[in-house]
Design a binder for this molecule. Structure first.
Ligand SMILES: Cc1ncc(COP(=O)(O)O)c(C=O)c1O
Length: 395
């Protein structure tokens, strides 16, 4: 990718399997756009927005995820908000992981009933909240419990404890909804995701994923029992009151799914690259936390201004583009570089990145990125970075 005219090694793209520029994908996207344009279909799914291609994609996804049926969504974020809204009435209780993605949190805002949050991946607290929810349901004599978690938590890269949660089904009555945005295509023997990886795909009542990560596309889906999917199909406001997914996206997603299923080399290469990157970072003394997925966070200590200067140094002088997470998303004094490996990174990309990380970490530890130590960036890169020197210091 080029950024401000310079070629960069990028670790910030949702393109796990490298499908974004796969020649067959590009061809399928182009052919579908040529044949149908962006206009079709010209209505909501329930009205005039259905096509054989939409149904084919749903059938293929259902078979791949080993579920009875699937419904397509235009976007993951909107789809999840709408899903939580339609599934739960005021009598229902939602139990959810504290580090759930914004789409889950925003869906919860529409829930008129009770909700209990459990500490991230903490199974003792999960049971406590599940017990509270069960007591409430019994007292009300109405409603049910929906547990929501993620297959892979996108910031820290740790998998949701699906196996442990599923085991609670023996003693408690609840349904399980899993957002597997980062697991779909990257985890499990066939790439079916975190449920397959942990051997509990059949215990997931509703399996949700976006096409925005492994498929490098747009759209999302929910897979589950036919009667629930039918209910969602005719009650999801994000689908009944919105135009359905455009033909080029549906056809492009069919091609992506075909490659995801039939070319295991893509997932193998992704894991090979993630393994080299994570091993290299650990060998160089970096803290990558508890990731057990390809998502690779790198934890460092420093203020917001230092993080900003460091990310700029790594970008402008080492030509490596990656995203950082700082306060207020995480506690003050911490910095997370969030690296997303893909199947199309090369050994050279990984090596150069590791070297750049070591070099910039040394500067960070030596205080070279503190505001009063920042060199005149204007001399190197032009006037546009002058604001860095004027940034207020976080005391
Ligand atoms: C866990 C998770 N859920 C849902 C979404 C939203 O998906 P979409 O981009 O299709 O709206 C994302 C990010 O894209 C995500 O990381």
């Amino acid at each position: 990718m080029k950024f401000r005219g310079k070629e960069m090694i990028v670790w910030s793209l949702n393109n796990y399997l490298g499908l974004a520029n796969h020649p067959e994908v590009r061809q399928a996207d182009a052919d579908a756009a040529k044949k149908f344009g962006l206009a079709l279909p010209m209505g909501a799914r329930m009205m005039s927005g259905n096509s054989n291609y939409h149904e084919q994609l749903e059938a293929e996804l259902a078979a791949f995820e080993k579920k009875e049926d699937t419904i397509l969504l235009n976007y993951g974020y909107q789809g999840m908000v709408s899903l939580i809204d339609l599934l739960c009435s005021r009598h229902d209780v939602i139990v959810y992981d504290a580090e759930s993605h914004a789409c889950i949190i925003d869906g919860l805002r529409l829930h008129p009933g009770h909700r209990y949050v459990y500490k991230h991946n903490d199974m003792a607290d999960f049971e406590k909240q599940l017990q509270r929810a069960t007591t409430l349901i019994e007292k009300q004599n109405a409603g049910g419990i929906l547990v929501i978690t993620e297959g892979v938590f996108g910031m820290a890269g740790d998998q949701g404890k699906l196996k442990e949660i599923a085991a609670f089904k023996t003693n408690y009555d609840f349904r399980l909804l899993v957002d597997d945005a980062h697991g779909f295509g990257t985890l499990g023997k066939t790439g079916a995701g975190a449920g397959e990886e942990q051997g509990v795909q059949d215990k997931i009542d509703l399996y949700f994923s976006t096409f925005a990560k492994s498929m490098a596309s747009i759209g999302a889906f929910i897979a589950g029992d036919k009667n629930i999917i039918d209910y969602i199909r005719y009650n999801s406001r994000s689908q009944i009151f919105a135009k359905s997914l455009p033909m080029p996206l549906v056809i492009g997603n069919l091609k992506r799914l075909e490659l995801l299923r039939t070319v295991p080399e893509l997932k193998n290469k992704l894991w090979e690259n993630a393994g080299k990157l994570q091993k290299g970072l650990k060998e160089r003394g970096f803290d990558i936390g508890k990731t057990d997925s390809v998502v690779t966070p790198v934890y460092m200590k420093g203020g917001v201004e230092e993080a900003t200067a460091m990310v700029m140094d790594i970008r402008e002088n080492y030509h490596i583009f990656c995203s950082i997470v700082v306060y207020p998303v995480i506690p003050k004094g911490n910095i997370i570089y969030r690296l997303i490996p893909t199947a199309v990174h090369t050994d050279e990309d990984i090596q150069k990145t590791l070297e750049a990380f070591s070099a910039t970490k040394k500067k960070l530890d030596a205080g070279e990125y503190k505001a009063d130590a920042i060199p005149d960036m204007a001399e190197v890169t032009g006037k546009r970075f002058d604001y860095l020197r004027e940034m207020p210091r976080n005391k």
